[in-house]
Write a protein that binds this ligand. Structure first.
Ligand code: COA
Length: 326
């Protein structure tokens, strides 16, 4: 059996922060941001909106498309590094808000690769027959841990949530064919949030030092990202006896247009096959892949059997790629 995506949904908060507004907050320009990243604007969660709230809207849209009653979901996995609170999980809070009592629910922490990691776990449950209806999300409010005085990072991030519903299929030519995950834990210092965990618990000093915000070595992340996305994509293609010419569509984590252009270039896949939306959302972390999938799906890109190469990378560094047949 394979797990088939039978519904997708996404949600972006209504408040939009433009590059022009960022020009007033830090020493940057719209031109620099667009040229170096491709980002023009991003959505910011309202003060009363937390990650599970964004997830709730994405989930209800995906469930509606799948024509599935929220009460019938058996498993909820949320990829996130910004849960509503350290515990319980955003998935547990979401389960309660959906009025669901059946599903076991938990979060997966793999930063921007979170939704791919979550999808991989749910895929194993559904394809094995252990679960019939799984709800998988990527949801993050990264702007809550963004340092708005650091121009290296604050131009990149936005908030959002994306969701997919998985059900089993007997047709081996459809559904998730394989997902390949990797981690290089030795590289964690290049992208992390130092404070607020067990190593550096919350303190006044930590807050004064801005240690509760994301820290990033952009150049290093960039270099590793292109190589990792290329390697894992080739691994996923080889595992399915495919070459890049067999790829109908690419759904990729929207981190930076230049990272994606370089990766597609190396893979010799035309950029027209890759759905792009970072111009309007920025990097929404785990929300990025399912949001992008939802937009392409609702635009009518996919036909039954279409081959989709998915890829993502984030802090850890954690990354992966895979082949999905619609
Ligand atoms: N506006 C204007 N100038 C900026 C700037 C900003 N927002 N941010 C950095 N700069 C400056 C730097 O200070 C540097 O100036 P200097 O040469 O005087 O020191 C110059 O621009 C070049 O900085 P550099 O870091 O080399 O730029 P870059 O081309 O690598 O672009 C990123 C920076 C962050 C856009 C890029 O490295 C990147 O996208 N990395 C990957 C980040 C990412 O995707 N993270 C999430 C992964 S999931």
């Amino acid at each position: 059996m394979r797990s088939l995506i039978v519904g997708t949904g996404s949600y972006a908060p209504s408040r939009i922060l433009t590059n022009a507004e960022l020009e007033k907050m830090v020493d940057t320009t719209d031109q620099w941001i667009v040229e170096r990243t491709g980002i023009r604007e991003r959505h910011i969660a309202a003060p009363e909106e937390a990650t599970s709230d964004l997830a709730y809207h994405a989930a209800t849209r995906a469930l509606e498309q799948a024509r599935l009653d929220p009460k019938d979901v058996e498993m909820i996995v949320v990829g996130t590094v910004t849960p509503d609170m350290p515990f319980p999980s955003a998935a547990a809070v979401l389960q309660g808000r959906l009025g669901n009592k059946k599903a076991f629910a938990f979060d997966v922490s793999a930063a921007c690769a979170g939704s791919l990691y979550a999808l991989s776990i749910a895929d194993r449950y559904v394809a094995s027959g252990a679960v019939k209806n799984a709800l998988v999300l990527g949801a993050d409010t990264l702007t809550r841990i963004t340092d708005w005085t650091d121009r290296n990072t604050c131009i990149l991030f936005g908030d959002g949530a994306g969701a997919v519903v998985l059900r089993p299929t007997d047709d081996p030519r459809r559904g998730i064919q394989s997902l390949h995950l990797h981690t290089d834990g030795a590289t964690w210092p290049i992208l992390h949030q130092p404070g607020g965990g067990s190593r550096h618990p919350i303190s006044q000093k930590l807050i004064d030092d801005h240690s509760h915000f994301v820290k990033m070595n952009g150049r290093e992340v960039f270099k590793i990202a292109v190589r990792a996305l290329e390697d894992s994509s080739l691994e996923a293609l080889a595992a399915n006896g495919m070459t890049t010419g067999d790829v109908d569509f690419v759904i990729a984590h929207q981190a930076n247009k230049r990272i994606l252009d370089a990766t597609l270039d190396r893979l010799e896949i035309p950029a027209s096959k890759c759905w792009m939306n970072l111009e309007k959302y920025g990097n929404t972390s785990a929300a990025s892949v399912p949001t992008t999938l939802d937009e392409a799906n609702r635009a009518g890109w996919f036909k039954p059997g279409s081959s989709i190469l998915v890829m993502a990378i984030g802090g850890g560094m954690a990354w992966g790629a895979g082949i999905i047949r619609w």
